[in-house]
Write a protein of this length. Structure first.
Length: 303
């Protein structure tokens, strides 16, 4: 790769940055290149997270310094800093594992305790401190180019390693449509012990990204191949009943009883008429990670 100390122009810097984090570093990681004694991540968006958090964010996640997509929003100086650190990683002059841990710490997460990276599964986006996380998935591929009581304001439990892994698995599932991938990932931001509705999920997407109906959400969730880890059981109809739009986890579906059991186990209560007690979770917009997933999977079409 050509030196970047005196790039021709901004567009050249952007091309160099994209090539570095999207192609060169993932290739080195997959080959277990000797430049690093340990490659904790292998996916392009994870390299982008690590480099940008350390080179651009410095003492905070990079999104708090620059807008998205980063490649278009970074100044020339920031692009240079990202390129410099990325090349140091490629050359073995910077310790990728230490940089990854620092990035996770900036996001309130602990270092990985399970080797998801070994199987190509870096894990997922930001939030409260996570006891076990493989690399984070504030997956941002599109960002670099072109989630009882006043629960909404209380901290939810950190995502489990299984949820983190599921998000990456879904994001890379090319046999699913992009919208279905995003809808399934959105499910994982409904906290345990809460429920949401098809309408609430559709309203979030409509308000933040593109027009979306409750039925579109129901169709995307139908016969969820990742259940119950990806909790479609936490989504109910607008009237507080099971709902389901005819899927396996709907009112008449083969998993309807299991849906009620799972919700009860998690602390969600129903009244004598079979309607859920309490208000639905609607705070998808409160976690910036959700928008990042949208950008990664569906592109820069948000409002």
């Amino acid at each position: 790769m050509a030196p970047v100390s005196q790039p021709e122009d901004r567009s050249q810097l952007q091309k160099l940055w994209s090539a570095l984090y999207m192609d060169e570093l993932p290739r080195l990681a997959k080959a277990r290149d000797k430049a690093q004694s340990k490659w904790p991540v292998v996916l392009d968006h994870c390299f982008a997270r690590i480099i940008l958090d350390n080179a651009v964010g410095q003492d905070k996640p990079w999104m708090e310094r620059v807008g998205t997509p980063a490649v278009k929003k970074m100044s020339e100086q920031q692009l240079q800093a990202a390129l410099s650190l990325g090349r140091k990683i490629a050359n073995g002059e910077a310790n990728l594992d230490e940089l990854n841990q620092r990035s996770l710490e900036l996001r309130g997460k602990s270092a990985p305790k399970r080797k998801y990276a070994e199987s190509g599964g870096e894990t997922s986006p930001r939030g409260a401190k996570r006891p076990k996380t493989a690399s984070d998935t504030e997956d941002i591929r599109s960002h670099f180019f072109s989630d009882g009581p006043k629960i909404e304001s209380t901290k939810t439990a950190p995502p489990t390693p299984e949820i983190l892994q599921a998000r990456d698995t879904i994001a890379s599932s090319r046999d699913l449509t992009p919208f279905r991938r995003f809808a399934l990932i959105l499910l994982t931001y409904i906290p345990r012990g809460r429920y949401s509705t098809y309408g609430a999920m559709g309203s979030y997407i409509t308000a933040s990204h593109h027009k979306c109906s409750a039925r579109a959400i129901g169709n995307a969730m139908r016969n969820n191949p990742f259940a119950p880890t990806v909790p479609c059981h936490r989504v109910l109809a607008h009237d507080g009943r099971i709902g389901g739009f005819g899927g396996d986890w709907g009112e008449e579906g083969k998993h309807a009883a299991e849906k009620r059991r799972l919700l009860a186990t998690e602390g969600v209560k129903f009244d004598s008429r079979g309607k859920v007690v309490g208000k639905p979770f609607t705070g998808f917009q409160d976690d910036a990670e959700v928008a990042i997933w949208y950008e990664q999977i569906l592109g820069s079409t948000s409002k």
